[in-house]
Design a protein around this ligand. Structure first.
Ligand code: DMJ
Length: 492
């Protein structure tokens, strides 16, 4: 006990001021230590505060970015989410940097799709097409729910989830192929043999779908069947690559008939290019590209210019003579040329891209030149008169806006978006009714018809939506669009 008391009292003496008054060196040492310790504690505290401020700023940034990401995903729908989740940094940046005008335009197009779809659901659910004026459905394709099936991917792309889910349930539970039905008008004019001949666009427009089917099922039969058609046509392929619209189904040779990039010829040329793209541009599919390039040389021989305004147009050919007529259907050509131009060397690429630009200007003017600002079905070009509408109906076709998407994506020129916006507004003004969208019997008077074509939902509205979306959204490097605007993934 005594020892303990004396040791504690010896410690206390260090705290007594009198101890240091007698020892100035120790006093100085204690003072210096005090200053050091105070500085060290202060420095550490300010470091902690700085770190806390940084962390809270980073948290705020993170929350802001998450909000932006959520907003972009919401705007772009399911596919947007997939694109956002799987694509590279650059794509994600593109998607975040959406121009506010594009955002607003895309919302308007989505609203139009919702209106078209709601009307179809209300008046024609499960039927092929809606007749908006009489508010009923018609089974023009044998009752296969054509509008519903054609619309599936547009609903999906636009993020219309509930609508997509209901449509998918109908396909799962109610779609029935097993029935006797009368061939539709479409089947009769486009699909069925005519005067013992096959239609060119019909024979040459199954390659993408059947090749995709073989890729997904692992059964090569589908691919072989459609490739055989091309191999047969290749045997007698003319040096200008232009085939008349009627082909002998047995020999694969052409019957005397019109050569056109419009009705009944169009998608044959489109699929030569796209089958090459779908096949990853490899040696195996090189013959498609070769045939396509041959046809594009032939196309050049059909190009003429109007007077006085020098609009470039594509003639049709009957025997040896050209006719100064072009279908609006041929307005897919500028898009096809833009898509195919990148496969050429620089000089030819420039030549075909520039032809694409000229043709898209003509197609845009098919719309601009009428009182309703909607294009007629076809145009005639007489010297000194530029363009005159021939068949004057408009059935909500997509070809011009389709081309504008390609032109905009390949040139980056926003003018193409503005042209597409003008066309969309003309549809809104002339074709929108309380119960869906109708075509016009006459683009000069604006008189309405009674049919909402399924391709308006499958193609026209989808392409308009893509026109106001970033190019990385359903990129042309990863997807190839069939002639009805359904994107097929390119399998590497
Ligand atoms: C669509 O059915 C397809 O695009 C087809 O290839 C031709 N055009 C119509 C729409 O105009």
């Amino acid at each position: 006990m005594a020892r303990g008391r004396s040791s504690s009292s010896s410690w206390w003496r260090y705290l007594h001021p009198s101890y240091y008054l007698k020892r100035p060196k120790r006093l100085a040492l204690v003072f210096i230590s005090f200053v050091f310790i105070t500085f060290a504690v202060w420095d550490r505290q300010s470091l902690v505060q700085e770190h806390e401020a940084e962390i809270s700023k980073l948290n705020e940034d993170l929350i802001r970015l998450q909000d932006q990401l959520r907003e972009v995903k919401g705007n772009l729908g399911y596919l947007g989410e997939r694109v956002m989740n799987t694509n590279d940094e650059k794509n994600s940046k593109d998607l975040v940097d959406i121009d506010p005008i594009n955002k607003e335009r895309r919302e308007k197009v989505k609203e139009a799709m919702l209106h078209a779809w709601d009307s179809y659901e209300k008046y024609a659910w499960g039927q092929d097409e809606l007749q908006p004026q009489s508010k009923n459905g018609v089974d023009s394709f044998g009752g296969l729910g054509a509008t519903l099936i054609d619309s599936l991917d547009t609903l999906y792309i636009m993020g219309l989830e509930d609508e997509f889910r209901r449509a998918r349930e109908w396909v799962a539970n109610s779609l029935d192929f097993n029935k006797d039905y009368e061939a539709s008008v479409f089947e009769t004019t486009i699909r069925l043999h005519y005067k013992g001949a096959s239609i060119l666009a019909d024979s040459g427009t199954e390659q993408l779908e059947f090749i995709a089917l073989s890729q997904r099922t692992g059964d090569p039969t589908y691919q072989q069947k459609v490739e055989n058609v091309i191999i047969q046509l290749q045997k007698t392929f003319p040096s200008d690559g232009l085939l008349p619209i009627f082909v002998n189904p047995h020999s694969g040779t052409s019957s005397y008939s019109t050569i056109t990039f419009g009705a009944m010829g169009d998608s044959f040329y489109e699929y030569l290019l796209k089958a090459w793209i779908q096949g990853n541009k490899t040696e195996t599919v090189k013959h498609y590209r070769k045939m396509w390039e041959t046809s594009m040389e032939g196309l050049l021989s059909l190009i003429r210019k109007t007077t006085p305004s020098s609009f470039t147009y594509i003639c049709e050919k009957n025997g040896g003579s050209l006719s100064d007529k072009m279908d609006e259907l041929a307005c897919f050509v500028p898009g096809m040329l833009a898509l195919g131009s990148s496969g050429y060397g620089p000089e030819k690429a420039e030549k075909f891209l520039s032809l694409a630009k000229e043709l898209s200007w003509t197609c845009y003017n098919f719309y601009q030149s009428t009182p309703t600002k909607l294009a007629g079905e076809n145009y005639y070009f007489h010297a000194g008169e530029d363009m005159n509408v021939g068949t004057s109906w408009n059935i909500l076709r997509p070809e011009t806006v389709e081309s504008l998407v390609y032109l905009w994506r390949f040139t980056g020129n926003k003018t193409y978006q503005d042209w597409g916006w003008d066309i969309f507004q003309a549809f809104e003004k002339n074709s929108r009714t309380d119960s869906g969208y109708v075509g016009l019997k006459d683009v000069n008077t604006g008189a309405k018809d009674n049919m909402m074509q399924s391709f308006f939902l499958a193609e026209t509205l989808k392409y308009l939506y893509l026109l106001f979306s970033p190019p990385s959204f359903i990129s042309f490097d990863e997807w190839v669009f069939n002639t009805e605007a359904h994107p097929l993934r390119i399998i590497p």
